[in-house]
Design a protein around this ligand. Structure first.
Ligand code: ATP
Ligand code: MG
Length: 663
């Protein structure tokens, strides 16, 4: 079968190739004219008085009691922000917009997998959240109790999160793609009192019996008093007397008005586990006032969001921090109108995202490099079929983006007129930390550019922690910021050890490697563990991957360093080819030469392994640590967040085959 999806040899491929030579992309004049932030002095101002800058952002929120204190630094790294303030997240997301007369504004254009549509206005959400908050109280859920949420992308997931926030019960959302076992582990560890889940979840035309799966594992969990079930797929499920209740029934029985709790700024808002790309997932704890300050300020400035005008779509799942910060709390604080899509990017067809962008007139679109790479594989024609002329800003998050994927996004999706904000941040940082401000900063494909105003980022050497002027080093954050994690849930020691032990208690160790260029731009090049040292040359795996992916026959690649007697480490590349192309010895030589030309001979992969697919986390990130494990013949580390175990089995077979041939 001919591979129509590949860009190989096409006019588009040639154009992208040419664009690789462009160093910088300036913000379009029309964009600058109306940008929320267009005065470059903002960086210096925020730098000169960073506490004052954050306080100013905090004052944009609605407080029951305005804070007078900025940051309490008396016991680092346990920082406290806006301590004397009183606030409620659900009030900021809903009531204040309704009180300002914007209750009829659409908060979410929800679209179901089979084309169903629901419009949820701010008033609708406020009504539903109050009822459900009362229903939780009726069940005995109190301020401080943890509530688990294991739901698909349906409006009830938003209602559940905000109802918890309203009564001060921290939520612990588990991404719907995780297994029931993973849910149980998280519920057990956080001693959740209640779990909100669903009868069944729809997945590309089928349904998964979620409640039934939950029942199998949750039976012996004593701390879990209630399971609240949203009726969604209509699948029959058993309801255990005394423990299980229907979401709609308890809402119907609850009182309609529930005033928001006046909470301390440092009251816990949620616990969320990291993706598990590098190690066993960590339970990150975020609190209320500082977190809302971070997510609302960044949402407004980074996405240049204009309430009442823009239609915004963050195409992540609420189960990840991106969803928490940029589907729920940031956009709702700012009165945004968003799109919420229940399904996958390729169901019912590979152009569904773009069909929805056209239908709802999306102006701001935010996704991950892994999704862009999938779209490239599927082909530009799925995008080009749709009218995307309303789009004015694009964003990415999650991994370093290869320049070629950046350019494709810029050209095919953005029509060469939309700035791209490559946003670097983590579950731990709560909000975007390194990013272009789209009306102020020229972009370079592959660079997240500059630290957000008020944030002090640096690249330092491994030994002493001194700033690295040239070349790569460890990324650190040298000041506290309002939306930072407060601890790892019930693991204070691990919190200090992981982030604040290498360079002392006031320097946050990110865990990523980065470099700065002559303009001071940051290039985040991957995890610390993903740096390879070949004959004394320190190379980032991302750089080699970008070179490999720029070969027209290559769709995706993951590079790891493997111990090597001769060179210390040698480069081993796992390569997925476009469409149905088959790997040959000639192609191996071609790819090696290609990398040699782009970076240098020393960077040529010693070993290339053809992979039909790469192991990824459930959020779509490549798990290089598992590739290192199999390449070195070790037992695999924690695989609970691996999306598809079949991928690893297939790769292990490949490697055995390779060894058999050599032996
Ligand atoms: P774990 O910490 O459990 O290993 P994880 O780090 O993948 O999982 P997240 O908090 O979801 O969990 O991801 C944050 C990481 O994602 C960052 O540390 C960085 O490695 C990567 N990342 C996010 N955005 C970008 C970006 N724009 N450019 C480069 N890397 C990014
Ligand atoms: Mg991490």
């Amino acid at each position: 079968m001919a591979d129509t999806a590949s860009t190989a040899g096409t006019e588009l491929e040639r154009q992208l190739e040419e664009m690789l030579e462009i160093e910088k992309f300036d913000p379009p004049a029309s964009f600058v004219e109306r940008a929320n932030l267009a005065d470059p002095a903002v960086y210096e101002e925020a730098n000169a008085d960073w506490k004052g800058w954050w306080m100013k952002q905090a004052r944009e929120l609605s407080w029951f009691r305005e804070p007078t204190l900025d940051v309490n630094e008396s016991n680092p790294p346990f920082y406290r922000w806006f301590e004397d303030g009183k606030i409620n997240a659900s009030y900021n997301c809903l009531d204040r917009h309704v009180e300002a007369g914007n209750g009829d504004r659409v908060a979410f254009h929800w679209r179901g997998e089979e084309g169903e549509e629901r419009e949820l206005t701010y008033s609708d959400l406020l009504r539903d959240v109050q009822r459900f908050a009362n229903a939780l109280k009726d069940l005995g859920v109190r301020k401080g109790d943890i509530v688990g949420i294991y739901l698909p992308m349906i409006p009830e997931v938003i209602v559940s999160m905000l109802a918890c926030a309203r009564i001060g019960a921290p939520h612990n959302v588990v991404f719907g793609g995780f297994s029931a076992d993973a849910v149980k582990e998280r519920m057990e560890f956080s001693e959740a009192k209640a779990l909100i889940t669903v009868d069944g979840a729809r997945r590309k035309g089928r349904t998964a019996p979620i409640k039934e799966q939950v029942d199998v594992v949750m039976d012996d969990l004593e701390t879990l008093e209630h399971i609240i079930v949203v009726k969604h797929s209509g699948d029959a499920c058993e309801m255990r007397e005394g423990r299980d209740v229907w979401f709609h029934e308890i809402c119907d029985a609850a009182a309609p008005e529930c005033p928001p709790e006046e909470l301390d700024a440092e009251h816990p808002l949620y616990v969320l586990y990291t993706s598990g790309s590098t190690a066993k997932p960590k339970g990150v704890l975020h609190t209320t006032g500082g977190y809302l300050t971070g997510v609302s300020a960044t949402h407004s400035y980074v996405f240049d969001h204009k309430p009442g005008e823009d239609v915004y779509w963050c195409a992540a799942d609420v189960g990840w921090v991106t969803g928490h910060s940029y589907i729920v709390y940031g956009p709702l604080c700012n009165g945004a109108t968003s799109v919420m899509w229940e399904g996958a990017p390729d169901y019912p067809h590979k152009g569904i995202w773009w069909e929805l962008c056209e239908r709802y007139g999306v102006t701001i679109f935010y996704t991950a490099p892994t999704a862009i790479r999938a779209c490239i594989k599927w082909g530009a024609e799925h995008v080009e079929k749709h009218d995307l002329s309303r789009l004015r800003l694009l964003g990415t998050v999650g991994e370093p983006i290869n320049p070629k994927a950046w350019l494709w996004y810029h050209k095919v999706v953005g029509g060469e007129r939309c700035p791209i904000v490559d946003t670097w941040w983590q579950t731990e940082t709560g909000a975007i930390m390194i990013t272009p401000l789209p009306g102020l900063v020229s972009t370079k494909p592959g660079s997240a550019t500059r630290a957000f105003p008020g944030v002090l980022a640096d690249v330092v050497d491994e030994r002493e922690g001194n700033p690295v002027e040239e070349g790569q080093g460890l990324l650190v954050l040298k000041r506290p910021w309002p939306s930072m994690l407060r601890t790892l849930y019930k693991e204070d020691d691990r919190f200090v050890e992981t982030y604040f032990s290498k360079f002392g208690r006031t320097t946050y160790l990110v865990g990523d490697a980065a470099r700065r260029d002559k303009d001071g731009y940051f290039w985040v090049i991957g995890r610390i563990d993903d740096v390879v040292n070949v004959s004394g040359h320190r190379l980032s795996t991302a750089e080699v991957e970008s070179a490999i992916v720029s070969h027209p026959k290559v769709a995706e690649s993951a590079v790891i360093g493997q111990s090597d007697e001769l060179t210390g480490q040698a480069i081993c590349a796992f390569v997925t080819l476009n469409g149905d192309l088959a790997g040959t010895d000639e192609l191996i030589d071609e790819i090696r030469d290609h990398v040699g030309e782009r970076i240098g001979k020393f960077a040529r992969p010693k070993r290339i392994i053809w992979a039909d697919d790469l192991p990824k986390t459930r959020s779509g990130k490549i798990m290089r640590r598992l590739l290192r494990d199999i390449a070195e013949g070790r037992a695999l580390g924690d695989v609970t967040t691996l999306r598809d175990a079949g991928v690893m089995a297939a790769l292990e077979d490949k490697i055995k085959e390779e060894q058999a041939q050599e032996g």
